[in-house]
Structure formats: C-alpha cells, structure tokens
Design a protein around this ligand. Structure first.
Ligand code: FES
Length: 161
C-alpha cells in the first residue's frame, strides 16, 4: 500500500506550525497510521530542521513508536519472571496458534499484532495480557481464547456495519 506522503506531511506540518515538537509530530503520524513510515522520519527531519539521525533516535527511543506496520489490535503478553512462572508462555503459544503468527509479528490483513513485554509493573496480577492498552490480569489460556474471540467478533461487526 503506498504511503500517503501528502497526508503525513500535513500532520507533521500541523505540529510544526503550532510550535509542536518533533515528538508530537511523530505521535500524530503514529496515531493515524499505527507506525512511522520512513517517509515520516524524512519529512519530520526536513520540517523541523533536525538531522535525520536525531529524528531516528527519537523514533527508536520511545516504545510508543514503531517503525514496522502494526495491526489494528495489539496484544502484548508479559513474559517477565512473575508472569512467566504463572504460565504466560502457554498463553503466548496459544495466541500465536490462534492468530497464525509469531510474537513480534502482524497478521497479513493488519488486524492483529502480537508482542511480548518484560514486566509491566503489575506482577501481583500476572500473568498479564494487554489488549489495545487494556490490562487483563490472572490470564489463562481459555481467557486468552475468549479475548481473541471478542476482538474477532467486534471486527466482524465493524465489517458488517
Ligand atoms: S512480570 Fe508480568 S507484570 Fe511483572
């Protein structure tokens, strides 16, 4: 799919005109496209008059930014020690099978991205899965199944609306 360079420039320009920072400009692009295409880094570099390496450093420093296209729904499985000992690897395995992708990947239709994280700071609630920013604690394999079904159902409803 071609990158809409004009639209991306519009978002960056809007931040630059309003005294926004390069971070705010990248946030605007990330929030619209769910990742930062290379063109966004180039345009931000030009518009803010910063070296490309500096913009790249910002884009790779913050976890909120991704240089790879992400799915509409993002599932994160915590593999930190506390979650690991309580069974998060089994949950991850099931999600990988269910979605047909490996951790770190995105489905071809860009509906789902599956990621792993190392400790979300809520170990007492582990194992934890975060779905689109929403934390679910004491996760189990059947609960993970239900979670995916719910997201798929919601997707189907959007498609049929
Ligand atoms: S190990 Fe999962 S929240 Fe800490």
């Amino acid at each position: 799919m071609p990158v809409p360079v004009g639209e991306i420039y519009g978002l960056i320009n809007q931040e630059a005109r309003g005294e926004g920072s390069v971070i705010a400009a990248l946030e605007a692009v990330q929030s619209r496209y769910r990742y930062l295409p290379p063109e966004a880094l180039l345009l931000a570099s030009e518009r803010f008059g910063l070296p490309l390496a500096q913009v790249y450093a910002v884009a790779t420093f913050y976890n909120a930014f991704s240089l790879k296209p992400k799915g509409k729904h993002c599932l994160q499985v915590c593999l930190g020690t506390a979650c690991h000992v309580r069974g998060s690897p089994r949950i991850l395995e099931r999600l990988e099978t269910r979605l047909g992708l490996r951790a770190g990947g995105t489905t071809r239709d860009r509906r789902f991205t599956l990621e792993t994280v190392n400790c979300l700071g809520a170990c007492a609630l582990g194992p934890i899965v975060v779905a689109d920013g929403e934390y679910s604690g004491q996760m189990t394999v059947p609960k993970a199944e239900t979670l995916v079904k719910r997201l798929l159902r919601a997707e189907a409803e959007v498609t049929h609306d």
